[in-house]
Design a protein around this ligand. Structure first.
Ligand code: SAM
Ligand code: ZN
Length: 205
């Protein structure tokens, strides 16, 4: 499952990415970006700032929008935002691959306003189209007009992160089973450790 980028890649890793191997382009009929949709609009949200709301019924499986913006390297993303994010949990960055981050603060569309939800009605899909990993927002259940769209950000973090920093990513989605944070369930360093151990096990066989 793709994730948004929270912080410096020098300390964290590229996430989304990670768990979901990009699929090939077969699911995308045309290569044109899905910049807008007649199914949704951005407006003020109870969760945070602006959010994206259904203005028409959206069927499960609908590809609603593409996450668009400046395509930059992780190093450039760190250069642009590491300082800012030391005291601010706000992010418009999405990791498309180990090489590319999408900065929706620059030339982004309404997809950048979709808030995090611990009980999401959407998910993100990273799909390789003509050699580029693109990020799409798909409905994972039927959505009624007036419902706010949300997906699980699964923001990357490390077990060594300071509690004050972790607190910046507190979740206010309001779901019955809100997990209280927009961060991923498991820290990145632990995920990587597990991966290494698994790899070592299989190569020993
Ligand atoms: C991609 S923006 C989403 C749009 C945002 N509401 C805005 O107006 O800019 C992501 C940022 O919105 C805020 N946010 C999104 N979902 C949230 C949630 N469930 N609880 C608290 N803040 C949230 C966080 O600051 C997060 O870094
Ligand atoms: Zn929540």
């Amino acid at each position: 499952m793709p994730k948004q980028k929270r912080r410096s890649t020098s300390r964290g890793k590229s996430s989304s990415k990670s768990k979901s191997v990009p699929r090939k382009a077969s699911a995308v009929s045309k290569n044109a970006p899905i910049a807008t949709s007649p199914l949704v609009e951005a407006r003020n949200s109870k969760i945070h700032g602006r959010g994206v709301y259904a203005i028409a019924p959206i069927k499960k499986g609908t590809r609603v929008l593409e996450y668009l913006g400046d395509r930059i390297t992780h190093a450039e993303a760190d250069r642009r935002y590491t300082k800012k994010r030391e005291n601010d949990g706000h992010t418009f960055l999405f990791i498309a691959s180990h090489r590319t981050v999408i900065d929706a603060a620059v030339r982004g569309n309404d997809a950048r306003f979709i808030n995090h939800s611990c009980n999401p009605n959407c998910e993100t899909a990273i799909i390789e189209v003509a050699g580029r990993n693109r990020v799409f927002i798909d409905a994972i259940r039927n959505i009624k007009p007036g419902e706010e769209l949300g997906y699980d950000y699964q923001l990357t973090w490390d077990s060594t992160d300071e509690p004050e920093e972790i607190a910046l990513y507190a979740c206010r989605c309001g779901a019955k089973r809100c997990r209280g944070t927009m961060l991923d369930r498991e820290p990145l360093d632990k995920q990587q450790e597990k991966k290494k151990k698994k790899k070592a096990k299989t190569t020993r066989r």
